[in-house]
Write a protein that binds this ligand. Sequence first.
Ligand code: AKG
Ligand code: FE2
Length: 213
Amino acid sequence: MKQIKSKWPKLFPKSDLQVNELLQGQIYTIPDFFTVKECDNLIAHIEANIPLQKTSGIPKKGEALRSNDRVSVSDPAFADLLWCLGINTVSTSTQAIYKAALPDVPVGLNSNIRIYRYLPGQRFECHYDDTVRDERTNCWTEWTLLIYLTGEDEVSGGETVFYKTEKKKSSVVVAPSKGTALLHRHGASCLLHEGKEVTKGVKYVLRSDVVVN
Ligand SMILES: O=C(O)CCC(=O)C(=O)O
Ligand SMILES: [Fe+2]
């Protein structure tokens, strides 16, 4: 993981965040977590300062194929900022999120921040997200946090699709929406999911995880 000294663009807390429950105890979206301007500033910052790496296209044993460009940076201050922008209040005021890992409760975000860029033709095939230990706090992660920096008329395809069973008969489809944050349960309770191929435009995503203690 890279240690990058970077000054992120200004981001402001939102007081009136709405939380949509797409699947109880599993999938939640928070529209307008970032404004359009914040998303555009973040993309400009990433493009100017944070080189993304191409994934090889050949998955390691047991790993899903992903062909997106990505980088993983250790940035505790940015993780704390994202937490304080509203993931903290959403995690504590949404009972199913707060109680998911009792007696442990959400306490912050993983300092490992990942940035993904999907160009047309790129995707992240079906997989499960593992729980990991945050290197700073030693706490385990319980939820994946994805924040879409592009969406709507900028990207076609690129939906994050969750399957309720391994047979993939029933699914929940989340289309990238600019500035929307998505929380989904991971580790032992993770649903099979994938990032569908982008067919037009560029999909940018910020990723961290909610840690519990
Ligand atoms: O980009 C997406 O829609 C999915 C990303 C994902 O599944 C992951 O980061 O584990
Ligand atoms: Fe995933």
